[in-house]
Write a protein that binds this ligand. Structure first.
Ligand SMILES: Nc1ncnc2c1ncn2[C@@H]1O[C@H](COP(=O)(O)OP(=O)(O)OP(=O)(O)O)[C@@H](O)[C@H]1O
Ligand SMILES: [Mg+2]
Length: 252
């Protein structure tokens, strides 16, 4: 059975003022897969990721041409941004729990989306913490300030917060670059587990990580998407010389 398309991006161009940051991007991202975006610093990975849930809207000098279809609908036309952000969660490089309790971090997200009943909140919070493997560690200290957790635990809490409202997609921008190798491994295992229920797009500088966790990899360079293919073929038989050179560490 062929996989369904989650995002279909057509002729996407993005400008910051006069600066042409994304150049004619065409790409289809499939559901229930992990897609990795790689490429040297400044090539537009984060810009592209942010355009998928309209985070760039907040910038006054940013303009977009082309189409981003999510489940077949153009997200830049008549699409309610709050509905979009509920469906497309985001996890950042630096864990960013709110300065409140572990419980309230997730309750806040749920309440924002209309879940107020105490029993329902309790069960959703437990389920999200279990999904990210934090329940055992945290069940006796739910009222503790989230900022007291380790970096890796904070990042798993941020993932729990993002999945608590049952999005369809999770965008992750270098989610492990601030973490040690063990915490990184836990997040990688978590990503692999979550792809059963979510479509995941991860920006990473770590090529081993892209190999370990992603089904498909896109290579970006100077605002262009050079090549997008199965991770195995990108890393073993990339078609474009620039992709090969980047993967072989010839520049970066
Ligand atoms: N808000 C902004 N205003 C103007 N230019 C921006 C803005 N954000 C990013 N840029 C520029 O757009 C280009 C792409 O930036 P982006 O952050 O998407 O790169 P990246 O691939 O994520 O890099 P890194 O790997 O370092 O995170 C860069 O040249 C950057 O300077
Ligand atoms: Mg970036």
């Amino acid at each position: 059975m062929s996989k369904k398309i989650c995002f279909s991006i057509k002729d996407l161009n993005l400008f910051y003022g006069d600066f042409h940051a994304l150049k004619n991007i065409n790409i289809d991202i499939l559901k229930s897969e992990v897609s990795a975006f790689i490429g040297p610093s400044g090539c537009g990975k984060s810009t592209f990721l942010r355009s998928l849930n309209r985070m760039n809207d907040l910038l006054t000098d940013c303009s977009i041409k082309g189409k981003i279809l999510f489940n077949g609908e153009n997200i830049y036309k008549k699409y309610n941004v709050n509905v979009l952000r509920k469906k497309i969660g985001m996890v950042f490089q630096k864990p960013n729990p709110f300065p409140m309790s572990i419980y309230d971090n997730i309750a806040f997200a749920l309440k924002t989306h209309g879940i107020k009943d105490k029993e329902r909140l309790d069960s959703c919070i437990e389920e999200s913490l279990r999904d990210v493997g934090l329940w055992k560690e945290c069940k006796d200290k739910l009222k503790q300030n989230a900022l007291k957790l380790s970096g890796g635990q904070q990042q798993r809490l941020c993932i729990a917060r993002s999945i608590s409202i049952k999005p369809e997609v999770i965008l992750m921008d270098e989610p492990t670059s601030a973490l040690d190798p063990i915490a990184t491994l836990k997040i990688e295992e978590l990503i692999t587990k979550l792809k059963k229920d979510y479509t995941i797009i991860v920006v990473t500088h770590n090529m081993q990580q892209a190999c370990r966790i992603s089904d498909r990899t896109a290579f970006f360079l100077l605002g262009e998407m050079i090549e997008f293919a199965s991770t195995q073929s990108i890393f073993t038989k990339a078609k474009d010389k620039r992709t090969q050179d980047y993967i072989n560490g010839k520049f970066g």
